[in-house]
Design a protein around this ligand. Structure first.
Ligand code: C2G
Length: 180
């Protein structure tokens, strides 16, 4: 048998082990100060911040969100932020446990609009919900700069279908419906 190793780790690995790792998830479309606030506070909770960024497909298929910027553009913006150490794709709702394990995460952070939704992760890491920044959202920015504000009158089946479908059309805001 080879010489008994007193330590299982090299110094670098032991150093690595003392790095406190934080993770957060989001779309981060049309980046604004509300996003920066959560990224800054998340980083303040550790030494290394992993941001799991929703892909265009995930946003469309699972969040019914049509982003203004593509995944690559949103990734490029996030990687330029001093609080962010790594950006990886979010492809589905169910990858959080494996992400936390794969990246040796100590703390999971989300804004308070998600309060309680990810408590199942408490088995794997600390779970923290931070107060959301008031009066700012990508949706609000999009609407304020949206091209068309639609008003609809009527209640035929076609109108209902039109209302549903208009959600998926970029730069259109359904601002009023009159159904006698
Ligand atoms: N946020 C915030 N204040 C705002 C807007 C957003 O604190 N005014 C936070 C949200 O709470 C979230 C993060 O910023 O923690 C990213 O927000 P979005 O880009 O809207 O992401 P979301 O659609 O909430 O996706 O699996 C989780 C999802 O990917 C989260």
């Amino acid at each position: 048998m080879g010489s008994l190793r007193l330590y299982n780790h090299t110094n670098a690995e032991m150093e690595e082990e003392h790095v406190k790792r934080v993770i957060t998830y989001g779309t981060f479309d049309m980046l604004h100060y509300g996003h920066i606030n959560i990224l800054r506070r998340a980083k303040e909770m550790g030494d290394y911040l992993v941001v799991v960024l929703s892909t265009d497909e995930f946003n469309w298929n699972s969040k019914q969100k049509k982003c203004y910027f593509t995944y690559e553009q949103r990734k490029q913006v996030l990687e330029a932020i001093r609080y962010v150490d790594l950006v990886i794709p979010e492809n589905n709702w169910d990858q959080k446990i494996s992400d936390v394990q794969d990246y040796k995460i100590d703390t999971f952070v989300m804004g308070s609009d998600w309060e309680g939704k990810f408590d199942y992760l408490k088995e794997y890491c600390e779970v923290v919900y931070l107060p959301r920044t008031a009066n700012i959202s990508s949706t609000k920015l999009r609407q304020e700069n949206s091209g068309i504000r639609l008003g609809i009158i009527g209640y035929e089946p076609m109108v209902e279908k039109f209302i549903q479908e208009s959600r998926y059309v970029g730069n259109v805001e359904l601002s009023g419906i009159f159904q006698p």
